[in-house]
Design a protein around this ligand. Structure first.
Ligand code: SF4
Ligand code: SF4
Length: 132
């Protein structure tokens, strides 16, 4: 853990995600990656979140767009199949929802119960039109 918090980084500081050379990161599981101390994998940013993405696997086509675009590596995928979201490190930016071509990912209030959200998943006509 960093001795200084996120709010003490100076403006313009470069926050490198990994220590040293990065090789074959795609095939390296998150728990085996050499994260830097300033990576949000090392420091939880979850307490910033006011909205969270929820994953509905019934709508998921496993395209991996969300996994590729998530800036915090908070999408957990195994063997190119979506598994879940790592809420210890997801900061709620919503990028995964923006790039999802189906309605498999949607943003909900932080306190929303996941089971309730899944049982009342919005129909496509009630969500924004996807362009990608
Ligand atoms: S909301 Fe942002 S940080 Fe969280 S899983 Fe989606 S892209 Fe990643
Ligand atoms: S972007 Fe959407 S459809 Fe594609 S893997 Fe992620 S949740 Fe599934």
């Amino acid at each position: 853990m960093l001795e200084n918090g996120w709010d003490t980084f100076e403006i313009g500081t470069i926050l490198r995600p990994f220590e040293g050379a990065v090789t074959d990161i795609v095939n390296t599981l998150p728990e085996h990656r050499n994260y830097s101390k300033s990576n949000s994998f090392s420091i939880s940013v979850a307490d910033w979140r006011i909205e969270k993405p929820l994953l509905n696997l019934e709508e998921c086509i496993h395209c991996q767009f969300c996994w590729i675009y998530c800036p915090d590596m908070s999408i957990i995928s195994r063997e190119k199949k979506m598994v879940t979201i790592d809420f210890d490190h997801c900061k709620g930016c919503g990028i995964c929802v923006e790039v999802c071509p189906t309605n498999a990912l949607l943003m909900f209030p932080e306190q929303m119960d996941e089971a309730e959200a899944l049982s009342n998943w919005p129909q496509e006509e009630n969500t924004k039109v996807k362009e990608n």
